[in-house]
Design a binder for this molecule. Structure first.
Ligand SMILES: [Zn+2]
Length: 245
């Protein structure tokens, strides 16, 4: 079952790649055809998952020969690995389904934030509603634990955001998208999980920020996306914290 769930993760990763490409362009369909990013030729089914493209077509579009980026492959492998990790954590259970869904949302948010420096409302709003609703029927999040987690993490980042705007004219480039993402993460990790996710997320963010300042010059700090640090912290929390699920 572990292998089956990991393969399901690879397949989900292929769908996530399509959504990551389409959502920022306000296209909300999974629909066919999926087109080559470079020549717009419709892709065959055996070309759409990056893994299949690399296996059968050398990782190139069969129409224009343009190499598809390794990041598409990376998204599929990362999603497969996340699904496998969640299976090891939860076994075949209701929380496995719920957290696999949340992990998929994290992948979408991370990739779009890295590419566009954006966390889209069209992703966060439905995710927040979903996280709030499912918190009532997910072990570890019932009894208001999920809602308290959302209130804590979202509230904390709202304070960070207001502080950044008031005192630094938002030189740290924290966005309201980050606040909404923090709210979502709190909803799905619960209050105790949210403490750990906050700690990990801010530590990872600080580490990346320092690395950027040291090696890329100070101005990079202003363009650093915070979303990926927060989602990474959340993923680690969900996979290892005894307080989630
Ligand atoms: Zn092409």
């Amino acid at each position: 079952m572990l292998v089956a769930w990991a393969i399901a993760g690879l397949a989900v990763g292929a769908v996530l790649n399509i959504l990551v490409a389409r959502l920022p362009r306000r296209r909300f369909s999974f629909g066919w055809p999926v087109r080559c990013r470079y020549c717009r030729a419709p892709l065959a089914l055996s070309e759409v998952p990056a893994l299949a493209s690399y296996l059968f077509h050398g990782g190139k579009c069969t129409a224009c020969g343009h190499r598809i980026g390794p990041r598409y492959l990376l998204v599929e492998i990362a999603t497969g690995a996340l699904f496998a990790g969640l299976y090891l954590r939860f076994g075949m259970s209701w929380p496995l389904l719920v957290y696999s869904l949340y992990a998929s949302i994290f992948v979408i948010i991370t990739m779009i934030d890295l590419e566009h420096r954006l966390i889209l409302n069209v992703v966060t709003y439905p995710s927040i509603l979903l996280g709030a609703a499912l918190s009532f029927v997910t072990p570890g999040l019932e009894g208001g634990q999920g809602l308290l987690g959302g209130l804590f993490y979202g509230g904390l980042f709202l304070l960070f955001y207001l502080g950044a705007v008031l005192f630094y004219r938002n030189a740290v480039a924290l966005g309201l998208g980050d606040v909404k993402l923090a709210l979502f993460i709190g909803l799905v990790t619960g209050l105790r999980g949210a403490f750990i996710a906050t700690l990990l997320g801010t530590l990872i963010g600080a580490a990346i920020g320092i690395w950027l300042m040291l090696f890329r010059g100070k101005s990079s700090q202003a363009t650093m996306p915070y979303g990926p640090s927060l989602t990474l912290g959340a993923a680690v929390t969900i996979l290892w914290s005894p307080w989630v699920g």
